[in-house]
Design a protein around this ligand. Structure first.
Ligand SMILES: [Zn+2]
Length: 502
């Protein structure tokens, strides 16, 4: 892994515009408000003096799992949660506990999945805004950045984007980006686009983008309050990457020719990307983080999560163990609710070892329907992991169930409670069509427009219909002219209307 980082880094300086900062690693670019926020937090810390040992600081997280346009390639919920568990380990010295504010959010967008960086397209920034949840830290996990960075925090959007391959229990990158979220600079702030040159006298200032930054001296009595990361708890650091075994021996000296001795294990240094055994924040970094937390959420206004430990596993109900199901589509799964559980992960596999997952989902309720199973398979296995907003680091599965599929398709009936279905005008004009019908009951249906190849072009899920006459207007804007089917679905019932779009 270290070799990879090194290669990415070497590449970045030869090819990519220096404005980008430090590709291969973190893509953070501070905006104008960033340093003033840090300084305000630092001043508040000086006045307040947090007692970290007395309180637990709960931090709500919203995870946005990004796939390509078809929803492919997305990081699994299980892996993403492991990344949050690692974050919790990294922030344990601050008594900070990250928890899930709401259920996972799923975004299908090629532009966000493989993100153009640093010139993020406006289509993506507006997607950030649309999907962001207030009063939580929004983490978007995609496939990665065109620049090769592992992730970034942006003050403008106030979100973190992570390359999914770096959001693992083995990487501390999320802890680093979270440090930026809480107003911390890199320990080497200023040197992002300047390479230390041992053959030149060490300059007194370095430029990064529009910023001119004072170079930090080793002597703590000189300028540590006003240079680099503005914190004296972190020693002078000139982004001297390449510390073998987490020990920098590169020999860089400060402007007084004093040898620098950086903190290789600091989360906000770049040694944090090179596999040191463990990392930490300095005391003053921790105080800044906690002040930023206060400033953002003001403890009194933040709902504390209910601490719910999940100690039991789910009892599987259906399919029953060893059951032979006659069909293979629309296979229904059901299990008993587990005390304290907020979420259930279901995994279905053709292997008893679950070495290959055929279908999986995270659900709030205790039923699931799979359409991913093959016909006439003797061996399928399924299991459930129940977890809560605050208890998701230890994965304890239920016992696994075993079943087999048959070769039949599940029978689908015509929806029997809808009458006098009328679609007008048909052919549809001006991008609109009206659906009118009489319903014998109040219910929810799904509506989809399917092309002649059977692909869903547009859908509305959970449309409420009321007893009596219903009129639903469908917007067809953007759909190419041609023949389509309008499908109405309710549980196991279906109705299809042929429509023509001009
Ligand atoms: Zn960074």
């Amino acid at each position: 892994m270290r070799t990879l980082f090194f290669l990415l880094f070497a590449f970045s300086f030869s090819v990519i515009n220096a404005q980008i900062g430090h590709p291969g690693q973190c893509g953070f670019l501070p905006d104008e408000d960033f340093t003033p926020r840090l300084l305000a937090n630092k001043e508040a810390a000086r006045l307040n003096n947090h007692d970290r040992n007395d309180s637990i600081f709960y931090v709500p997280i919203q995870l946005h799992l990004v796939g390509n346009d078809e929803g492919g390639g997305r990081m699994t919920e299980k892996r993403a949660l492991q990344g949050i568990c690692k974050l919790n380990q990294d922030y344990a010295p601050l008594n900070m506990v990250f928890y899930l504010k709401e259920e996972f959010n799923y975004i299908n967008s090629e532009a966000m999945f493989n993100l153009q960086f640093p010139n993020v397209p406006t289509s993506v920034t507006s997607l950030y805004a649309q999907n962001k949840v207030s009063n939580a830290i929004n983490i978007f996990v995609g496939n990665g950045l065109s620049s090769g960075n592992s992730g970034y925090y942006t003050g403008g959007q106030d979100i973190i984007y992570m390359d999914k391959s770096f959001m693992t229990p083995n990487a501390g990158i999320l802890a680093h980006e979270m440090g930026h979220f809480f107003s911390l600079h890199h320990t080497f702030f200023g040197w992002e686009s300047t390479t230390y040159d041992p053959n030149q006298p060490t300059p007194q200032t370095v430029m990064w983008g529009n910023w001119s930054n004072d170079v930090e001296y080793v002597d703590r009595d000189k300028n540590c309050e006003t240079s680099a990361d503005y914190l004296c708890g972190t020693p002078a650091d000139y982004i001297t990457v390449g510390a073998a075994n987490c020990n920098y021996t590169g020999g860089a000296v400060d402007p007084d020719s004093v040898l620098i001795d950086p903190d290789e294990r600091n989360h906000m240094a770049y040694y944090s990307f090179s596999g040191c055994p463990e990392y930490h924040f300095s005391d003053d970094q921790m105080e800044v983080i906690l002040e930023d937390y206060d400033a953002r959420w003001q403890l009194s206004n933040l709902d504390c999560p209910e601490l719910k430990d999940v100690t039991e596993t789910a009892n599987l109900i259906s399919p029953s163990n060893q059951e032979l199901i006659e069909t293979y589509d629309n296979v229904d799964f059901e299990w008993e609710p587990v005390p304290n559980a907020d979420f259930y992960l279901i995994e279905i596999s053709p292997l008893a070892s679950f070495g290959l997952i055929w279908d999986q989902a995270v659900l709030k309720n205790t039923t699931f329907t799979s359409n991913e199973l093959s016909a006439n398979r003797d061996n399928y296995y399924w299991r459930i992991w129940a977890f809560s907003q605050t208890d998701f680091c230890e994965i304890i599965y239920s016992e696994s169930g075993h079943f087999a599929t048959g070769g039949q398709l599940s029978t689908v009936q015509e929806i029997d409670f809808l009458e006098e279905i009328l679609v007008a005008p048909n052919p549809a004009l001006e991008g609109k069509i009206m659906l009118q019908f009489n319903s014998q009951k109040t219910d929810h249906i799904n509506l989809s427009i399917i092309n002649t190849q059977g692909q869903t072009i547009q859908s509305i899920n959970n449309q409420l219909i009321t007893k009596g006459n219903n009129i639903i207007e469908l917007n067809l804007a953007g759909i190419q002219s041609g023949i389509y089917y309008l499908r109405l679905e309710s549980d196991r019932q279906i109705s299809t209307q042929r429509i023509v779009i001009l």
